[in-house]
Ligand binder design. Sequence first.
Ligand SMILES: Cc1cc2nc3c(=O)[nH]c(=O)nc-3n(C[C@H](O)[C@H](O)[C@H](O)COP(=O)(O)OP(=O)(O)OC[C@H]3O[C@@H](n4cnc5c(N)ncnc54)[C@H](O)[C@@H]3O)c2cc1C
Ligand code: FES
Length: 339
Amino acid sequence: MPVVSCHFTDGASFEVDADSGESFLEVALRHGVPIRNQCRSGTCLSCLGRYAAGSGPLSPRPGRPSSLLPVDKEQGKALCCVSEVTSEGDIYFDYPSDEAGPSEAKCFIDSIEWIASDAVKLTVELADGDWLDFRSGQYVEIAVPDSSRCRSYSMCTAPNDLPQLAFMVRILAGGLMSEYLTTIAKPDDVLTLRGPFGGFAWSGSRSAPQLFIAGGTGLSPICSILHEIRNVAGAKPPMTLSLGCATPEALLAPDYLRLLESWMPTLSLRLSAEFGDVEGAVMRGNALTAIDFSAVTPQTEAYVCGPEGLINAATKKLVEVGVPATNIYYERFVASGAT
Ligand SMILES: Cc1cc2nc3c(=O)[nH]c(=O)nc-3n(C[C@H](O)[C@H](O)[C@H](O)COP(=O)(O)OP(=O)(O)OC[C@H]3O[C@@H](n4cnc5c(N)ncnc54)[C@H](O)[C@@H]3O)c2cc1C
Ligand code: FES
């Protein structure tokens, strides 16, 4: 039976004997290896591991889709939940083995306000005695009341806004959470959150240019990161935020974003819409066409969030203009039920 050694950033290592034919995540969890996980279907990237060189002990399980991009695979990254063991080797995880896992917390709805023609901002406050730590850019699952379903949403607020959290939620006709938020939910209703999840987070760099690319509510975790950068004392990096939506009316909280731009002198904002009558500072196009890629350097760090098409197009373009794959961070908003 091949032995796989799992290494964590605190120096802890775990050995796992595993046969092929089973998801490596399931086997490793049974051996008590604390690998992060959420969707267990190759979507959320929580169970990402890396090899020291280009290849390692895991191979994709036949017929299991994976959200990893080609650049990730070339860099020796693997998703444990959709991989199986095919040889001995080592796999590395970018977090400590004693990291607290996701927790559950109750919260009360403070408000639900429309911030675009098809999006609301949901603001909640953690119940007394409940707590949920997170890093800017992460997401939680919210249980849809009176159903057995959960939906994933990224916080648009920063950790130091706790016990208040807020989410930007796109409203879809007939969507379970969408219907709940627009027809049933009211202030003081109780919601259950579980998390945090995800590795989409600010690198902490103060000097490298930061490029934020958002499609629709993909703006939410980027706002969280921008809040964190704003809260950090000292010099801020040069930053560009490009938000693209279908129409000018669908642009999320544009007045708030302009305010953010005036509060953060090193932030430059691009707003674009693909359809409808664009005017003023709103450009025709999408979040990518609004960016001057000739100004992007190999030092640039890029954060991309939104639907799959945007992630694929943005990562391809960024690599083409010389941004190393290690400087590209992304979060894909997969439609619930898509996997
Ligand atoms: C990691 C992660 C983070 C996310 N963060 C956010 C966030 O911050 N804000 C946000 O608005 N959403 C986010 N999503 C998407 C969110 O979890 C739900 O899928 C979405 O809100 C739809 O839920 P619903 O219950 O209203 O609709 P559902 O009942 O799930 O769906 C109704 C119909 O719409 C389709 N559908 C579902 N989602 C989408 C979509 N995104 N685009 C197009 N069609 C869709 C479904 O296939 C179905 O036909 C995130 C998803 C992931 C995986
Ligand atoms: S748990 Fe593996 S990708 Fe989500």
